[in-house]
Write a new protein. Structure first.
Length: 250
């Protein structure tokens, strides 16, 4: 089982670990490590990219491998190497390092989407039904029949006010029963979680938004900077989509 530091410390950029296994995937050889900082993807947030590095030893010089993506396989995280890579050996010590610039941009983007959810729920009572993101931009779908261009402009202004307010972003792990007792979490459909799950990880933008969530986020909304609504569209009579992009520097 790979220990994943990213869930409790989203700011960890690298970790030393021992290679536990090498797995062949469709994309290329993949490395399983005893611990990692790579987010394996999920909940609309793409997986991390980065590098594995081994130090020079009596057996040979330092080596480096490009990690083109990560994925979860049972309890392990696969670090997928570029096709044709000659992977490290089981038992080797390596340093796993994420592309921090890209990850931090994803953390800012992900946190901005939570602020958008929080504002749309608080001001209009509209539930989120899905979302997706890339570094610097994302979209969310809502059950939001009366959405309009005017409302979207008001939403953009409200989200920017909340981000600029410097709200703390808290990560918690709750027992299943505890999580199911929180009405705000029920609306984000944690009742869809598999019955076997005993713990629920929550992300709270203090005073604005609370969600069951597996992704990585910044610690304070001020780190996100301002956003712009780049588009909105109807996906049907009730379902509406809002697209946003970050406009500031992290
Ligand atoms: Zn999230």
């Amino acid at each position: 089982m790979s220990e994943n530091i990213c869930y409790r410390d989203a700011y960890a950029r690298s970790v030393e670990a021992t290679v536990g296994a090498i797995v062949e995937t469709e994309r290329g050889p993949a490395v399983v490590l005893e611990r990692t900082v790579f987010y394996p993807g999920g909940g609309g947030q793409p997986s991390d990219t980065g590098w594995l590095e081994s130090l020079a030893s009596a057996d040979g010089p330092a080596r480096s491998w490009t990690v083109v993506g990560a994925a979860k396989q049972d309890d392990d995280v696969l670090h997928v190497l570029a096709p044709g890579s000659d992977p490290p050996s089981v038992g080797d010590a390596v340093r796993a390092q994420i592309d921090w610039e890209r990850r931090h941009l994803l953390m800012r983007t992900h946190t901005a989407l939570h602020a958008l959810c929080g504002v749309v729920w608080r001001d209009y009572g509209a539930q989120v039904t899905g979302g997706n993101m890339e570094p610097g931009a994302g979209r969310m779908d809502f059950e939001f029949e009366r959405m309009s261009g005017e409302l979207v402009a008001a939403i953009e202004a409200a989200v920017n006010r909340e981000l600029a307010a410097g709200r703390e972003v808290r990560v918690k792990v709750l027992q299943r029963d505890e999580a199911f007792a929180i009405p705000d979490l029920i609306r984000t459909k944690i009742n869809l979680l598999p019955a076997g799950i005993t713990e629920v990880r929550t992300i709270e933008i203090v005073g604005l938004d609370l969600q069951a969530d597996g992704g990585t986020h910044v610690a304070n909304t001020s780190e996100v900077g301002p956003i712009r609504v780049t588009g909105y569209e109807s996906k049907g009579r009730i379902n509406k989509r809002i697209r946003i992009a970050l406009t500031g520097q992290g």
